[in-house]
Design a protein around this ligand. Structure first.
Ligand code: UGY
Ligand code: MN
Length: 263
């Protein structure tokens, strides 16, 4: 069964998938094949683990559907693990260090590595969907610890990306050295593209929020759609052309930043 699309039982058509898994290189994970993973601490949540060290990532990404009474009261992250939550739809109340944060669609919260995140659904009985992330924080000499960051992408003015007006970028976290990673949203008008095929050491976990694209993942042109997840590993060549008629092709993604490589 595809737990997100609630399809159960035999299908009329032959079984097939658009997912492509190349461990330690790249992966496309489509919604139809996702299964429910039980993770201690998460109650009344359907969740699925997307990018993870088993795929070649140094972080873990999750897609979480939080039910009416659902959430995490036990605490997520802390003890060296930083966390980030983005509300795809719905509403939650998150708590960090005794402080509450109400997050609605487009809202996000970054929790530094010494603190834990708890949250509960706050969507009037309806489900909420979250894109959730954790990564071990990499310290750097003479660099302080990051603070909590709360925001909503609907309040962030997008900027032209690398000189292209049809490609817009939003930076969700400060660009300061305390942060060893950042989250961004890239949005391409149909027909727009990257300016070159990127080849870089940083890894990405990307969740497609809208539209469609043809994505070049290590020289394979692969169609991607809203709801898909893409892992791009270190040095994996990557770029996209947005396709479709009028909806922008947009995805939220993480990128490690501001650190040397440890030997
Ligand atoms: O920031 C980035 O590296 C971004 N442009 N990568 C990507 O969209 N695949
Ligand atoms: Mn990139």
């Amino acid at each position: 069964m595809g737990y997100l699309n609630h399809k159960q039982g035999y299908r009329e058509e032959l079984l097939e998938t658009r997912s492509v898994i190349k461990k330690d290189n790249f992966a496309l994970i489509t919604p139809d094949g996702l299964v429910n993973n039980v993770v201690p601490g998460f109650e009344d949540c359907d969740m699925t683990i997307l990018g993870s060290p088993r795929l070649g990532a140094r972080f873990v990404d999750y897609l979480v559907t939080v039910k009416n009474q659902g959430g995490n009261k036990q605490g997520f992250g802390g003890n060296g693990i930083q966390t980030f939550v983005y509300v795809v739809y719905g509403a939650i109340t998150a708590k960090v260090d005794g402080q509450s944060y109400d997050l609605t669609q487009g809202g996000y919260l970054y929790v530094p590595p010494h603190l834990q995140l708890t949250f509960e659904n706050n969507n009037g009985g309806e489900d909420s969907r979250l894109f959730l992330y954790k990564k071990r924080y990499q310290e750097a000499e003479n660099v302080g610890k990051p603070d909590i960051v709360v925001g909503n992408v609907n309040d962030i003015e997008p900027e032209a990306y690398e000189g292209m007006e049809e490609v817009l970028i939003q930076d969700l976290l400060p660009k300061s050295l305390e942060f060893d990673m950042n989250f961004h949203i890239l949005s391409f008008k149909p027909g727009a593209s990257h300016g070159y095929i990127e080849t870089h050491v940083q890894e990405h976990g990307a969740y497609v929020l809208s539209g469609r694209g043809m994505y070049n993942l290590d020289k394979n042109w692969i169609p991607v759609d809203k709801g898909d997840y893409i892992f791009m590993g270190a040095y994996s060549p990557q770029a996209t052309y947005a396709i479709g008629l009028d909806e922008p092709f947009a995805y939220i993604y993480s990128k490690d930043a501001n650190r040397d490589i440890e030997l």
